[in-house]
Design a protein around this ligand. Structure first.
Ligand SMILES: Nc1ncnc2c1ncn2[C@@H]1O[C@H](COP(=O)(O)OP(=O)(O)OP(=O)(O)O)[C@@H](O)[C@H]1O
Length: 648
């Protein structure tokens, strides 16, 4: 039991005056502008504990955050501070909250039989099927690819803009196909309805709809959640901001926490304008700024304050710390990409000799491929690393294969999963798969329909092992782990035949089985796999051989958000790479790149290195890139040191 338990929480000792003000704030709207490393997590945690301590029913508090892990950690910490009541607080992401609420009110919005959530890959596959059926424009031009179509549709939803506007503004070269693209979207919407599918965006759309069209439901939800808290508010999109307003409309007890300088999800529709507009949405908003940083040494903050000072519209903040000492960050010009990798390897080795653990160092970059050369050098030097970001566990083919078998049992109307499952059987193509699916569906006995559906003789034999599996699954009582084992045994021979690197993939599947063992209901497991997929690094380097060994982190900047390391290296601080050439065409994109660099730099506690390989040929513009990132221009030597590697 912590010392404070029972004797009341020692707020004064744990919090600085600004944090304390936010924690003790009474009813009404509150905007907490929390600089990087200024303790926003701590502030939210203590506020939850305080509300509960003062007698607020924990079930009437709703804490929305960017990942479920973040909200779970906050609630766990709040429980340690106060007591187990804090675990009853409703916490999660916008999407998981939408999922839970829509399941409760499914009948209201016309999903009496429930729904299946499809991930981005499935959404693209469905769009791909429709795209194939459409006539090409006729002039030899190609329709946008399925992934581009999915991005266009999603952008329209998340920015709440008409499809045509998104096409004209962001994809001008496809704007003459607006009619065909609109038809594809209509078809996509229709098919999703038919199969009871909701994609990620639909979760928000339907929740929004539920709150705007069904006043009685909105009132019930508003009465239920008397205190609303939102973490990372700068990364909300317009629908999410509306959802918060609709829920809080009746009482205005809403606290949002965020940092406009760290908004890096505009490409997903996030709009940092939400945080700037919050006081307009909620009259009488109290604004509290958290400016004391507990993470970095002062020379790092001197640099990051400079970096963000030139950003456009923002709330002004000036971070400071009581931690002094340390050197200013360094910008190292390297003679090409390989020299960049060798510089990083040399410095990592030096830090290690000086006693810094590899776990306390990170190499950050904008896109996964920016680190390929470095990965080779690290392997050569025998430095173990793990690579995070880019692509997710559940997006890999073998994981999707295994999940598809479970999905046809949970949702027998899921045509995409049937196609996948049947497509794994030798000599069954998409057409046969669709015929079998139609026969099973006509039988209306769920997946068990496969056992009795009239099928061609030649298909009967091929399907026997799958039939046995479905028979076993439908006979076994609902035990998620057991079902996982059954599918795993069935799938193992397929995996071995299909992939040369099956041992590594088999380890992933075993990990998935371990995760399954934590679930009681298959629906919950499958929904979580779409909403909160495990963030396991699949592309591990040498570390993969010894998962527990100390290792270096290689990460995209987006995946490094909220994390911290003793030493951080930021690769490719070269104008044309960071900011990228593309972002230079649009001032908003350029600003987002600056914030991305700010997020990366504020992860460092003690040492910060930028590397800039020069004389890089850019194919798109046919030019040589030689200058450091424009964001570093004009920063004086006493704030950012400059070096060459190797000396030239
Ligand atoms: N009042 C305080 N006294 C001492 N340490 C604190 C205080 N507030 C926060 N910290 C410490 O500062 C560190 C950063 O806090 P936290 O993770 O909450 O930052 P953050 O604001 O979420 O950062 P970011 O937005 O950059 O991800 C943590 O180690 C936390 O324990």
């Amino acid at each position: 039991m912590p010392p404070e338990a029972g004797a009341g929480i020692a707020y004064h000792q744990a919090l600085n005056p600004a944090q304390l003000e936010a924690v003790r704030f009474g009813d009404g709207p509150l905007l907490v502008l929390a600089g990087a490393g200024s303790g926003k997590t701590r502030t939210l945690t203590y506020r939850v504990a305080r509300l509960v301590e003062e007698g607020v029913d924990p079930r009437s508090i709703l804490l929305l955050s960017f990942t479920r892990k973040a909200s779970q950690e906050m609630l766990q910490r709040a429980s340690l501070l106060l007591d187990a009541r804090c675990r009853d607080v409703a916490g999660g992401t916008f999407h998981s909250f939408a999922n839970a609420t829509l399941r409760r009110y499914a009948a209201v919005i016309g999903f009496e039989q429930g729904f299946t959530i499809i991930d981005r890959g499935d959404a693209e596959d469905l769009i791909g099927i429709i795209r194939k059926e459409m006539d090409p424009p006729g002039d030899g031009r190609q329709l946008p690819r399925k992934s581009t179509l999915a991005t266009i549709f999603s952008r329209a939803v998340n920015k709440q803009r008409p499809l045509e506007d998104v096409l004209y503004d962001d994809y001008g070269h496809f704007s003459d196909m607006v009619d065909t693209i609109t038809t594809i979207r209509e078809q996509y919407t229709r098919r999703k309805r038919e199969h009871h599918f909701l994609d990620y965006d639909d979760l928000l759309i339907h929740l929004h709809l539920l709150l705007t069209e069904y006043e009685a439901v909105r009132q019930r939800l508003a009465a239920k959640y008397r205190y609303i808290m939102v973490d990372e508010y700068q990364d909300t999109n317009p629908i999410q901001a509306d959802i918060v307003s609709l829920l809080a409309d009746a009482h205005h007890n809403v606290m949002v926490v965020g940092d406009d300088a760290q908004s890096i999800y505009a490409f997903r529709g996030a709009d940092y304008q939400n945080i700037l507009d919050f006081p307009k949405r909620f009259q009488g908003t109290r604004i509290v700024k958290l400016e004391e940083n507990y993470r970095s040494l002062q020379p790092i903050l001197d640099f990051t304050n400079r970096l963000i000072e030139s950003a456009d519209a923002q709330y002004s903040k000036c971070l400071f710390t009581r931690r002094h000492g340390g050197l200013p960050p360094v910008l190292v010009m390297t003679a090409g990409e390989n020299a960049q990798s060798r510089y990083v390897v040399r410095e990592v080795a030096r830090l290690r000799r000086e006693g810094t653990s590899l776990d306390r160092m990170a190499i950050l970059f904008r896109a996964g491929f920016h680190a390929f050369d470095l990965e080779l050098e690290l392997n050569r030097a025998g430095i173990p690393f793990k690579k995070v970001g880019g692509f997710k566990f559940t997006e890999s083919a073998h994981i999707k294969d295994l999940l598809a078998h479970l999905r046809i049992v949970a949702a027998p109307d899921d045509q995409l999963s049937w196609r996948r499952v049947l497509g794994l059987i030798e000599k069954i193509g998409p057409k046969t798969a669709d015929r079998i699916f139609a026969a099973v569906r006509a039988h209306s006995q769920g997946a068990g329909g496969l056992l009795s559906a009239p099928l061609k003789m030649k298909n009967q034999a091929k399907l026997q092992p799958l039939k046995d599996l479905i028979g076993a699954l439908t006979d076994a009582p609902e035990a998620v782990a057991r079902w996982g084992e059954l599918v795993f045994s069935y799938y193992l021979p397929i995996l071995r035949a299909k992939y040369d690197d099956h041992p590594r993939r088999q380890r992933d599947l075993e990990q998935l089985l371990a995760i399954m063992a934590r679930y009681r209901h298959l629906d919950d497991f499958l929904s979580d796999m779409v909403l909160e997929p495990p963030s396991t690094a699949i592309e591990d380097g040498l570390a993969a051989a010894e998962p527990t060994a100390e290792c270096l982190t290689l990460s995209t900047i987006h995946s490094a958000k909220g994390l911290e390391w003793d030493t951080v290296f930021i690769l490719w601080a070269l104008d044309g790479r960071f900011p990228s050439m593309r972002s230079m065409e649009d001032p908003d994109d350029l600003e987002e790149e600056r914030r991305l660099m700010y997020v990366a730099a504020t992860r460092a506690e003690r040492e910060l290195h930028f590397t800039c390989p020069v004389q890089i040929f850019d194919r798109a513009t046919q030019s040589l890139l030689c200058d450091p990132s424009r964001f570093l221009d004009g920063i004086p030597e006493n704030v950012l040191r400059r070096e060459n590697y190797p000396d030239w």
